[in-house]
Write a protein that binds this ligand. Structure first.
Ligand code: HEC
Length: 265
């Protein structure tokens, strides 16, 4: 009898230690470990001739996710929204239309062309030439769409001159989604400038809705349509038309601004 009890005890002990091992298994390296994404395959290995200095910067491009450096332009959070808002919509450079075989919805598709963006070289980068074209006939986005703004052009220029890399980082100033006291002019209007005014500009806007200033935005905000179309709610059109949904933080900011009274502040 005694021996049986000891055996039961030992078996239980063995089972318990096994269990505790199992729970320890997926070892979490903790938040300090940088996340490494290999983007080597996206870069054309032959295309280093135009690089003035250190060609190793372009190839391979390893993307380290680390705290953001304000001197660096980050593709996904800074350049991609400009392309999506102004180029990648229905009828142009979206995956369906792919005007001139060019799809501007991801780093991979953008860089799959040799001459659209040439790292470090503005003159050879067709994208830069098109957005800075004086002749409206040749400019992108083409009329009646508005040209990119000077700050947007400056950012693309800086990104190309930094090697047109696909860098990401954590805690971008704009990533901290602060919805406490939302200001129309500094928090809300810039979102429409990035994603909407190509189609909802000041002259001849789509659906007769101009989103370039407070009056236009407040009109759709108060009718309830604005939140519906950006959050892709049932029964609403999905804006930006033909494009990706805008980042959740931007939706939250617009929603907070509406809940705070849709003020012209
Ligand atoms: C590619 C062009 C394009 C972009 C970019 C775009 N829209 Fe639109 N938008 C349209 C068109 C076209 C219509 C009219 C569609 C229809 O009536 O079928 C429309 C309609 C709307 C409407 C009216 C919906 C309704 O039910 O009456 C709102 C509100 C709107 N857009 C907001 C936005 C916002 C906000 C953004 C940016 C986040 C945006 N749009 C980006 C083309 C665009």
């Amino acid at each position: 009898m005694m021996i049986l009890r000891i055996w039961t005890f030992l078996i239980l002990l063995a089972l318990m230690s096994l269990w505790s091992c199992r729970t320890e298994i997926p070892f979490d390296p903790g938040p300090m470990e940088p996340e490494i994404t290999d983007t080597t395959t996206n870069v054309n290995p032959g295309d280093t001739t135009t690089t003035p200095g250190d060609t190793s910067i372009i190839n391979p491009v390893d993307t380290l996710s680390e705290p953001c450096d304000t001197g660096i332009v980050y593709f996904e959070s800074q350049i991609l929204p400009i392309l999506q808002g102004n180029c990648a919509f229905a009828g142009c450079h979206d995956p369906v239309t792919a005007e001139h075989d060019l799809i501007l919805t991801s780093y991979e598709s953008l860089m799959s062309h040799d001459d659209v963006v040439v790292p470090f070289d503005l003159d050879k980068s067709e994208l830069y030439e098109k957005i800075t074209e004086d002749d409206a006939e040749d400019r992108m986005p083409p009329p009646p769409n508005a040209a990119l703004t000077q700050p947007q052009i400056a950012l693309i220029r800086k990104w190309i001159l930094q090697g047109a890399e696909n860098m990401t980082c954590e805690n971008m100033a704009g990533d901290v989604c602060d919805t406490t006291a939302v200001s129309f002019s500094s928090d809300v209007q810039p979102i429409f400038n990035t994603y909407c005014i190509t189609c909802h500009g000041s002259s001849n806007p789509n659906a007769g809705i101009s989103l370039t200033n407070f009056n236009g935005v407040a009109g759709v905000a108060n009718s309830g349509k604005l939140l519906g179309v950006i959050s892709w709610s049932n029964g609403f059109l999905r804006m930006p038309l033909g494009g990706n949904q805008i980042p959740q933080c931007n939706i939250n900011v617009i929603e907070a601004w509406i809940n705070q009274g849709a003020l012209n502040n």
